[in-house]
Design a protein around this ligand. Sequence first.
Ligand code: SAM
Length: 197
Amino acid sequence: MGKWFPKLYDSLMSPLERRGIQGVRKNLIQKAQGKVLEIGSGTGLNFPFYLQAEQVVAIEPEPLMRKQSLLRANKSRVPIEVILTGAEELPFLDNSFDTVVGTLVLCTIPDPQKALEEIRRVCKPNGQMLLFEHVKVNHPVLGRIQDWMTPVWRRFCDGCHLNRNTLEIVKHTGFHVRHIERHYKNIFVVIEAVNRK
Ligand SMILES: C[S@@+](CC[C@H](N)C(=O)[O-])C[C@H]1O[C@@H](n2cnc3c(N)ncnc32)[C@H](O)[C@@H]1O
């Protein structure tokens, strides 16, 4: 990844955050309970919204993103540590976490299926997974535009795919999806799922 992406990430997100994404984060993140794993925590935009968690272990493979997130981790109401690693091979024991959180991240992870299998492994039976993701829309024109834009978008936005069928991948991995909420013309989706083992 170029250094410019982590440096500009908060500024690029700021207009979207003000137009509603921050509200979606807040509603979702405050549901995280117990020992929490956050995958691909970026600059820590979710950190201020952890209220009920006992402890948050965040993972982030990009050193500059991690460094920026430490400022937010230090100000958080709950203890947060940020480990420099990726989601496809998690350095945690089986059944370690009550909640797993991911926001705007399964679009970027090179192997989302593998990451979700790892999440299932480290998440306790009946533990919850809380996701907020952008996905491929079920609309013939918009969906095709997402396909068409993805190769260029990926190059400039840190490997982000505009056209991932994340909900299908989540279901395929064996999670029980208990709640779905669609936002912004169905481009964004909140997924709350239970880890049925
Ligand atoms: C678009 S940013 C989202 C950051 C943050 N979750 C948020 O909501 O603002 C995508 C993040 O995924 C991280 N990422 C990329 N590959 C990853 C991987 N294999 N495992 C975990 N995170 C990854 C990137 O470094 C980046 O911080």
